[in-house]
Design a protein around this ligand. Sequence first.
Ligand code: PLP
Length: 389
Amino acid sequence: MEKPAILGGEPIFSEGVPITIPTLPKLDIDLIKHLDNMFSMGSLTNGRYVRELEEKMADYLGGKHAIAVSSCTSGLMLAIKALGLSGEVILPSFTFSATAHVLVWNGITPVFVDCDPQEYNLDPELIESSITDQTSGIIAVYTFGNPPRMQALEEIAARNKLKLIFDAAHGFGSTYKDQRPGGFGDVEVFSMSPTKLLVAGEGGIVATNDDELARNIRIGRNYGNPGNYDCEFAGLNARMEEFNAYLASASLENLEGFVQRRNQLVRSYKKMLAGLPGISFQDITDGCRSSYKDFSILIDKKAFGLDRNKLYEALLAENIETKRYFYPPVHCQQAYHHLRDRYDGKLTATDYVAENILCLPLYSHMKEEKVLQITLAVKRIYEFREQIR
Ligand SMILES: *Cc1c(COP(=O)(O)O)cnc(C)c1O
């Protein structure tokens, strides 16, 4: 085996392989025609294309209503406000920062609960011991596309009279026991930013079965204005642009293909990495399908012979970009330093997974050949672990 690039060998890739690339529709005459429509109607935001997207989403997703917003972050901010949450809300720390930020913007204290060490989702069994008389809700996340344990979460929320919100930023294409997301809990909020499967550019979808909530999200994305400029509450400008809605509709048509392809690529990754000591994979919730927004490996540094950071560096030398998602976990980020003492040493699974996880390149039009070469890079780094260390 040739020396890995970190030891002076030839890099496996001559050009950088990014962690992900959005899969976009062709820049063709069809797209120009739609742009021409938008221009000639003079309608650039919250018009026909947004309405069409919402109809398609309501058909596709499991919920009754689908409301397009400017991002998953703004959708979560509005949903939390419209549900009237206050005090404390329980959420995982092993997530993207925005899951917690949306609480802070609503004057709510985030209460971090540990994740399951195999599934990486909020561990339902640890929730109830963190509930206080201040707790008003729970936010669970589809970590990397893995559906949360819905039944357990819904039972806990009902038993304790808490609102249940899903940060489904990674949820497009996931299924929970053959059911599509969009109808679980009180509300589910999806992201369509460029690193997700379904891409609008920037954009989000709020999905719910609750008529009143749906109405308030619609008003809330428009400053809180019900149409007569007599604002019912302090809303946001969280409208979606027409062009973004067009992109999202085009992406939705291909979504099933994207998810199947990602699942196929992940099977290849796993097959080719199987047998390498010290590498394990995320467990997917029983009977569920992950969208594989991200494909992660967990490095046991003793068994693998190198730690996650060294593997990250060695892969970068091979021109392979990987990401330490989610590191640092939210409770360790500067913005949450004031809460840090409360969690010191308490979120053991979160700390362990965050320190040892690495996401490998994955996108919906990636070729099998790339998987082969990336796994080859990992294998030769492993073979030369003594010298690299
Ligand atoms: C991307 C992401 C968000 C934020 O989505 P935006 O559409 O960029 O606002 C929220 N939560 C998670 C888990 C994410 O990965």
